[in-house]
Design a protein around this ligand. Structure first.
Ligand SMILES: [Zn+2]
Length: 508
């Protein structure tokens, strides 16, 4: 075992929605692109911008013995469209040069999302791991942490020693998975060998069925974790729900079980999990609330003050899935229906935020939402508005998946549009907690209806006020509607359940 192991730290985190606009270098730089020492400096700040799995990994390596971190590059593009292939090629070349120059290395850690595509390739994550393996050789451990919405390829499994996927959705365990990756790195450095088993099912689960606090997916993850706790030979159980809109041949519920000593224990558990998942597949079906019914509920809340306020999730316009965060179906319908004491956050419209900052607080003007937006779901909408609040948009996450992290929404303006408050932001992102209202002058306890542009991560930031029963998932058009039959798929394997009810799978 090396006395002072040299561990390279790398990352490429992108959840690609094939139907969303391409993201290139400037897009990554705007979100989070760090090189060299800046990675360690950021990770060791009290409220870092960097993903919690990286900070968890570094802290645990710091605490578990001597080591020499070799920070190379971490490119985080959050959720967007395909990665520009030229940028991806440059990034890979930078990583390769960095790894070669850093040799001899004793280990490699990747902070990866695992659902990227490029404009030319459907598995850039696999290509990146393969490149790292070729540089460091077969005896140097490579570990990657992955988002629960990763799509897994054979190349990803075959090029790494261990994949550690999140086990919670909303993802409140990123930090814990970083710790797990570091502990596994220590074990691999000590000479233990890992054996992965990978099974992919023809099940492309609609996003809203992949919560882990309840439902079929939560049950499956619990089954895997319970077995892992009992069986010493099992290192890790990763069950990836996947991300449908990457639209690749690698889509499908992925089970990766890694065992110590031999393949057998992992193989047995992976098969048991796959069988249980497939037997339970009918529960991965979606029911959303039609827009008209949602507006009716909002009107009802205005009429009857004895009813508790509700959260309405615009799940199809979730920026966390690559959507634009600016569709106007709910805003327009609620405005026309005269809904009051309602607020929407966050609405992505950089031009609108800039207008409001120029006009100043208290100014009345004709707000023209989406006036330069070209994405087909982001329809324009015009209405009289008053500027109520202005901010630089820098906040610290209060609760849930963003807790303790610095978040930059860019110039932000709260507009009053009839009885509706709209929080307009300049950096496209989803709502993670009540701070996305309250930091911008909207008192959550005074609102009857709260609309969030988010599929599900908001739940971990609102659960102290809004339990599951008071969250309504609204059916509107958008780039990430859970009604998957509405899209024209090019890469997805077919048939897949539940889009194709006749899809079959057998364990042998
Ligand atoms: Zn995710």
């Amino acid at each position: 075992m090396p006395k002072r192991p040299r561990i390279a730290i790398l990352g490429f985190a992108l959840e690609s929605n094939r139907f969303a606009p391409v993201i290139g270098r400037s897009g990554f730089e705007r979100i989070n692109y760090l090189e060299g020492q800046a990675i360690l400096d950021e990770a060791r700040k009290p409220n870092p911008r960097i993903a919690a799995n990286v900070t968890g990994f570094i802290k645990t390596m710091d605490e578990s013995g001597d080591w020499e971190p070799v920070p190379l590059v971490i490119a985080n593009g959050a959720a967007a469209g395909p990665c520009d292939h030229t940028f991806f090629t440059e990034l890979m070349a930078d990583m390769k040069r960095g790894l070669e120059a850093a040799k001899p290395l004793d280990g490699v850690y990747f902070s990866q999302h695992g659902a990227a595509i490029t404009t030319e390739h459907h598995d850039p994550d696999g290509l990146m791991f393969e490149m790292a393996r070729a540089v460091v050789g077969k005896d140097v451990p490579i570990i990657a942490t992955l988002d629960l919405h990763a799509n897994i390829s054979e190349l990803m499994v075959g090029s790494t020693d261990l994949l550690v996927g999140y086990i919670t959705n909303p993802h409140v365990d990123m930090w814990d998975r970083g710790i797990e990756a570091a502990k596994a790195m220590r074990e691999l450095l000590a000479g233990v060998r890992y054996y992965p088993t990978f099974i992919r099912l023809p099940l492309v689960a609609p996003s809203v069925t992949l919560l882990t606090a309840r439902g079929p997916y939560g049950d499956l993850i619990n089954m895997g974790q319970a077995r892992r706790a009992k069986e010493n030979a099992i290192v890790n159980v990763t069950i990836m729900g996947g991300f449908a809109w990457s639209d690749t041949p690698d889509n499908g519920m992925a089970i990766v079980v890694t065992s110590r000593g031999s393949t057998d224990p992992g193989q047995r558990l992976a098969r048991d999990l796959a069988k249980a998942c497939w037997a339970d597949r009918e529960r991965y079906q979606v029911t959303l609330t039609p827009l008209e019914d949602a507006i009716g509920m909002m009107k009802d809340l205005n009429r009857d003050s004895s009813k508790p306020a509700l959260v309405f999730a615009d799940v199809a316009d979730n920026p966390g899935g690559g959507a634009r965060g600016n569709t106007t179906w709910i805003l327009k319908a609620a405005h026309e229906a005269g809904v009051e004491d309602m607020a929407i956050t966050p609405f992505f419209d950089e031009e609108m935020a800039a207008d409001a900052h120029k006009l100043g607080c208290g100014t009345r003007f004709l707000a023209r939402f989406n006036r330069s937006e070209t994405q087909e779901f982001s329809k324009p909408f015009e209405a009289e508005a008053v500027v109520r609040n202005l901010s630089d948009g820098v906040i610290v996450g209060r609760r849930g998946t963003g807790a303790g992290r610095t978040i930059r929404l860019g110039p932000t303006a709260t507009l009053q549009v009839g009885g509706i408050r709209v929080v307009v932001i300049s950096n496209r992102t989803q709502a993670l907690d009540t701070g996305y209202f309250e930091s911008f002058g909207v008192a959550v306890d005074q609102m009857r209806s709260l609309v969030v542009k988010s599929r599900g991560h908001f739940r971990a930031g609102f659960d102290h006020l809004f339990p599951h029963e008071r969250v309504i998932e609204v059916d509107c058009p958008g780039l990430v509607s859970p009604i998957l039959s509405r899209y024209t798929w090019k890469g997805l394997p077919r048939p897949v359940y539940p889009m194709d009810p006749a899809a079959t799978w057998a364990a042998d």
